[in-house]
Design a protein around this ligand. Structure first.
Ligand code: ATP
Ligand code: MG
Ligand code: MG
Length: 526
């Protein structure tokens, strides 16, 4: 059925198809603590949050899928909780697959005792080959007693035990590859970040998810549709263990052009120093996109508007940032910045004061308050603007008034304007004039700032599985421009989102230490 839902954020509503499930919803977001959350995870997290909380009494579980100590770390676990918080997602419960290792072990014993699992020691890689060819593993007929003995050996972590794994005995020749005797438990001697060296065997995600969803009371399990084939396997596990069945709802994985969303590849980009860290504004992580200037309501709207669609998505970043612009434009105060290399000195004739005036920070949103505009007979403006001026042309200085261009001085090449003189006039017809940004050339009005723009990290729209990441990294992804900004920016708090008029939207990242301590602003794509 189709329901029209009132979204929690921004009063927007979304059309989302939902399967009918009686009673309050219980959903779960199951991150593996093996990296920071990225925009793909945001889709899973926000949809689970939305379904759980769209009506009263629902529960959102954040369950850490921490079953592979080779990839997982406490640092990532903590980062993920923080990332959820950044998106205003507060799970009602936080659970860990690792809290259930004993139960999972007992469920495995149960399967073995019912003849539904067998121990296997196919050589590494060879097992996959058998599955591809729909051949039975050579150990498929291993009896209950021997399987129990091998499983016990695995649990000691001995060298012999480590060669074995435990498989479900489902259907080695099934057309559905996920039913071809999947692995349930495997050995790993690397200490686990929560359980240390207590265990040497770990359940797989395929084994954990159906069991934990059932026993934790999940009413609707959301899965990305690359798991679609796994649904039969998920059902099999619950049936085999006579557990409460859980409804599954699948949605498509979200991808973006020129973006990698694999944690393995993102880790590589971070570790090889291609970016400053997981929160680099070029990273598709939650931290990265928020640092770049995305806002949480816009992120929510962008993702929930797509709903749990099943179409394969390779989205354009432009559409994403366009939603953000809708949120920031009405509330971003307006300031002025002039590229330092571009600054042309200009003499203003007819200036009689006042030395400063209060002007609205946003002409269409007076609630944002006012800013100081400083006036002087000596100003700077942009070369790109000056280059368009004609002798005696009438121009408009923004937040000031009209003036005639009276003198244009050029260098010997005739291409570079080295000075200007203009004459103020008391004419307020702004209809046909060029609007020019300018700054009074007083030292307390020229704040040195750095404006940084970024390029996508990868050069290819859609990286294929066999593409080597290194061959598709953009060589230069960071572009810095030194500029001068008006005195008001000195008071901006870190994280402020604003517009430099006629330049674009920016977010104040912080102060660049040394080098004359410049305020650093990141360009927000729009
Ligand atoms: P890997 O990078 O190894 O594929 P993962 O992206 O699957 O890892 P998990 O921590 O297992 O990372 O994912 C947590 C949840 O987020 C899962 O439910 C997963 O399906 C979902 N998810 C991950 N990537 C995307 C994506 N690009 N779009 C939508 N959902 C995603
Ligand atoms: Mg995963
Ligand atoms: Mg995955």
């Amino acid at each position: 059925f189709k329901e029209r839902n009132e979204a929690s954020a921004a009063g927007a509503s979304y059309d989302i198809d939902l399967p009918q499930v009686g009673g309050p919803m219980v959903t779960r977001f199951p991150p593996e603590p093996s990296g920071y959350l990225h925009i793909g995870h945001a889709k899973a997290a926000l949809l689970n949050d939305y379904f759980a909380h769209k009506s009263a009494g629902g529960t959102l579980i954040c369950r850490f899928d921490d079953t592979n100590p080779s990839k997982e770390k406490m640092e990532f676990q903590e980062a993920i909780l923080q990332d959820l918080k950044l998106m205003d997602i507060i799970p009602d419960k936080i659970t860990y697959s690792s809290d259930y290792f004993q139960e999972m072990y007992e469920y495995a014993l149960q399967l073995i005792q019912h003849g539904k699992a067998f121990a296997d020691d196919s050589e590494l890689g060879k097992g996959d080959e058998d599955r591809k060819n729909r051949l039975p593993s050579k150990r498929r007929d291993l009896g209950i007693g021997e399987t129990l003995a091998r499983f016990a050996e695995m649990k000691t972590g001995s060298e012999d035990g480590q060669r074995w794994c435990l498989r479900a005995r489902i259907a080695y020749d099934s057309p559905n590859g996920t039913l071809r005797d999947p692995v349930l438990f495997r050995c790993n001697l690397i200490p686990h970040h929560r359980t240390g060296t207590q265990w040497t065997i770990y359940p797989t995600y395929d084994f954990c998810a159906p069991i934990l969803d059932s026993i934790e009371g999940v009413t609707l399990a959301l899965r990305t549709n690359e798991y679609r084939d796994r649904n039969a396997q998920y059902d099999w596990m619950q049936d085999a263990l006579k557990l409460r069945k859980v409804a599954i709802w699948d949605f498509s994985r979200m991808n973006f052009v020129r973006t990698v969303l694999s944690k393995r590849k993102l880790t590589k980009i971070v570790n090889e120093g291609k970016v400053w860290g997981w929160d680099d504004p070029r990273m598709p992580t939650i931290r990265g996109i928020l640092r770049r200037g995305m806002t949480v309501p816009a992120l929510r709207e962008f993702i929930l508007k797509q709903g749990p669609s099943r179409n394969v998505l390779n989205l354009e970043w432009g559409a994403f940032w366009a939603v953000n612009k809708k949120y920031i434009d009405p509330v971003a105060p307006r300031y002025t910045a002039i590229a330092q290399e571009q600054a042309v000195h200009c003499q203003v004739h007819g200036f009689e004061g006042p030395a400063n005036l209060s002007k609205p920070k946003h002409a269409k949103n007076l609630e944002l308050g006012t800013k100081q505009v400083i006036y002087d007979s000596s100003i700077v403006l942009q070369h790109a603007d000056a280059a368009t001026f004609k002798q005696d042309e009438k121009i408009t200085l923004m937040n000031w008034g009209n003036a005639y261009v009276r003198k244009i001085t050029k260098d010997s090449s005739g291409d570079i304007i080295t000075g200007l003189e203009i004459e103020l006039i008391s004419d307020s017809d702004f209809k046909k004039t060029k609007k020019i940004t300018w700054l009074a050339a007083k030292s307390d009005n020229l704040i040195p700032v750095e404006l940084v723009a970024f390029e996508h990290l990868v050069t290819k729209d859609k990286l294929e599985k066999d593409d080597v990441l290194e061959n598709f990294l953009t060589p230069v992804t960071e572009f810095r421009e030194q500029a001068l900004a008006d005195c008001n920016v000195a008071e901006l708090p870190q994280g402020a989102i604003l517009q430099f008029e006629r330049k674009g939207y920016y977010k104040l990242d912080g102060l660049e230490k040394g080098n004359g301590s410049r305020m650093v602003f990141f360009n927000i794509p729009a």
